[in-house]
Design a protein around this ligand. Structure first.
Ligand code: C2E
Ligand code: MG
Ligand code: MG
Length: 292
């Protein structure tokens, strides 16, 4: 009986697994060509000052226009790319695409103060990283930040000299280091001591959880008070409602990002978003100037 059940189970799961494996294989097989054909692109999600609402920057998030599968998100292909040793190439393209986009925004009369790109572990260990950044981020009229997951430098207890070297060189160029998904890792304080980021990015989910639990809430507020004292500002991400905005402001985040402001947008839509913001700011200023 057990054997029959077992076999049944296998029979039920097999088509799904086979399908998943097929998709995975298809994705893996098409990554190298996609890099050559320029099928990867970046979507942009704005970040705002929580007090003034002013747009302070945007995060570039990779997307893949797959000819057969349609628009793919990072979760669909980044792990596969990492396994294949191709994630460095994707990160390199996203940096180039993002900085080119900022130039395009500027050509439309829209100034974006800063752009953030996500950097994977292998890319952070890539000895070519600082030179690539220097060669791509040439005019430096827009700030540049790299977002690193804590796990990249905490997974491994030993120091990776190349990471240290790369981070030092990037800092010397004026690139900011942002700690992504702060608090989701295991040893945030260790991470802070190791990398000394310029900014913490905090998942809103964690802040929402903290608000339900007074102890957690105190711990987070205390951590943010301490990091603020060290000159490290916090950006809340995944902010979805006005209630969330109030919560992250209360806990001490200076900036926010999330669907309540805007979901990640493709270039043309992001240009429209920036234009609207610019108009709104102009109207506000004109209103103020018009006062007696
Ligand atoms: P992340 O850097 O933490 O990016 C934030 C993710 O939250 C994005 O998912 C974004 O679309 C999503 N998000 C934004 N606002 C909201 C919201 O209000 N609510 C909710 N529920 N989600 C929101 P996405 O674009 O799927 O990216 C997932 C992850 O993939 C990123 O997490 C980042 O770790 C990684 N990633 C994205 N682009 C790149 C890249 O170019 N290179 C590398 N190495 N990793 C990347
Ligand atoms: Mg990020
Ligand atoms: Mg994040």
């Amino acid at each position: 009986e057990a054997k029959r059940n077992g076999r049944n189970q296998v029979c039920q799961i097999t088509p799904q697994i086979t399908k998943q494996m097929q998709i995975k294989r298809q994705i893996a097989a098409t990554i190298p060509g996609a890099l050559e054909r320029g099928e990867f692109t970046a979507y942009f999600q704005p970040q705002a000052d929580i007090e003034t609402g002013e747009i302070v920057g945007a995060e570039a998030l990779v997307r893949w226009h797959h000819p057969e599968c349609g628009l793919l998100k990072p979760a669909d292909f980044l792990d596969i790319a990492a396994e294949m040793g191709m994630i460095e190439d994707i990160d390199r393209q996203v940096l180039r695409i993002s900085l080119a986009a900022v130039d395009k925004f500027r050509a439309c009369g829209l100034h974006l103060p800063s752009i953030s790109v996500n950097i994977s572990g292998p890319r952070l260990m890539d000895p070519r990283l600082p030179e690539d950044v220097a060669n791509t981020w040439t005019d430096r009229r827009c700030g540049l930040s790299i977002e690193l997951l804590e796990t990249i430098y905490l997974d491994d207890r030993r120091e990776v000299p190349q990471i240290k070297e790369n981070l030092q060189q990037l800092r010397n160029m004026g690139v900011e280091i942002h700690s992504d998904d702060f608090g989701s890792g295991r040893a945030s304080i260790v991470g802070l001591l190791k990398v000394q980021p310029d900014r913490l990015k905090i998942e809103c989910r964690m802040i929402r959880a903290a608000l339900r639990d007074p102890h957690k809430s105190k711990v987070i507020a205390a951590i943010l008070e301490m990091t603020r004292a060290l000159g490290i500002a916090a950006t809340a991400e995944g902010v979805e409602s006005a209630k969330d905005i109030a919560a992250v402001r209360r806990i001490g985040c200076a900036y926010y990002q999330g669907n309540v402001l805007s979901p990640p947008l493709q270039q043309a839509a992001f240009i429209a978003f920036l234009s609207c913001q610019k108009m709104a700011t102009k109207t506000k200023t004109a209103g103020r100037d018009g006062l007696p």
